[in-house]
Design a protein around this ligand. Structure first.
Ligand SMILES: C[S@@+](CC[C@H](N)C(=O)[O-])C[C@H]1O[C@@H](n2cnc3c(N)ncnc32)[C@H](O)[C@@H]1O
Length: 246
């Protein structure tokens, strides 16, 4: 897989060799076939570079039918969920699979991702995305509408991640599936949802609850005029981390 990068806004992910047509001209197949690190030219004389795509590039370019997670939130999850090679992660809902791709790549060949989604059509999209972009065959996508319980063994999860519109409705199921002492992270877009989640968490034994908002500001890498870019992604969602005790 190659990333053809003209500039910040024009990046093309290539998995099979073919010409690339852009508003800056066409990069013919012979140019695209050059090695990583090479500089190539379009028929209009515009330059591009051939780079290895990062997981950030891949996730931003995913085929999607749902809102996906932004890399800035994903990047914090290994810390909040204590993700390790070999971890068993339970996720609800799978959506387009951006978080699933991230988890699958983080937990390695001995890890296990059990990802639940109630819409079958989304499972198919996520499966295609995982097939293309996960290095490991360590994921199981399960079509189920989760209510009070995940349809798997209790206390199997080293970590749980919840990204659904009604996170408070998942608290009971999360408590059952999580190993004691381990953490769950809820991705929650609004403060009103957080209030309802906090009230529901009180009905179970969860402790050390934290609410995080991840701010990410890019700067122009111009040594003669070093300053932040004009625009930034402002609010996306909150991360709520909490731990199960018994
Ligand atoms: C915002 S999307 C998740 C996006 C996903 N995290 C990603 O990175 O692509 C929320 C998903 O949760 C699913 N969902 C909502 N409630 C659910 C439930 N009770 N059980 C299973 N899936 C559910 C929805 O169908 C939807 O696909």
């Amino acid at each position: 897989m190659k990333l053809i990068r003209i500039d910040k806004k024009r990046k093309f992910l290539i998995s099979k060799l073919h010409s690339v047509h852009t508003d800056k001209g066409t990069f013919p197949e012979e140019e695209i076939s050059q090695n990583y690190g090479q500089t190539i030219q379009s028929n209009k004389g515009i330059k591009a570079h051939i780079l290895y795509p990062t997981l950030e590039d891949i996730i931003k370019k995913l085929d999607r039918k749902t809102q996906i997670l932004f890399p800035k939130e994903l990047a914090m999850l290994p810390f909040l969920m204590d993700l390790r090679i070999g971890s068993t992660v339970v996720e609800c809902g799978t959506g387009s699979g951006s978080a699933s791709i991230f988890f699958s790549n983080m937990i390695g060949p001995t890890g296990k991702l059990l990802s639940f989604e109630r819409r079958f059509s989304f499972i198919n999209i996520a499966k295609q995305n995982l097939k293309k972009f996960s290095q490991f065959n360590n994921y199981h996508l399960i079509n189920a509408d989760i209510k009070e319980k995940f349809p798997i063994q209790d206390e199997i999860a080293d970590a749980v991640f919840i990204d659904v519109p009604e996170p408070f409705a998942m608290v009971e199921a999360v408590y059952k599936v999580l190993k004691p002492g381990k953490s769950v992270v809820f991705l929650v877009p609004t403060t009103t949802q957080i209030i309802e989640l906090l009230e529901t968490l009180k009905t179970k034994k969860f402790v050390a609850t934290r609410i995080l908002e991840i701010l990410h500001r890019e700067w122009n890498p111009n040594p003669k005029a070093l300053r932040p870019t004009d625009r930034m992604i402002a609010h996306t969602a909150f991360l709520v981390q909490t731990f199960k005790i018994i």
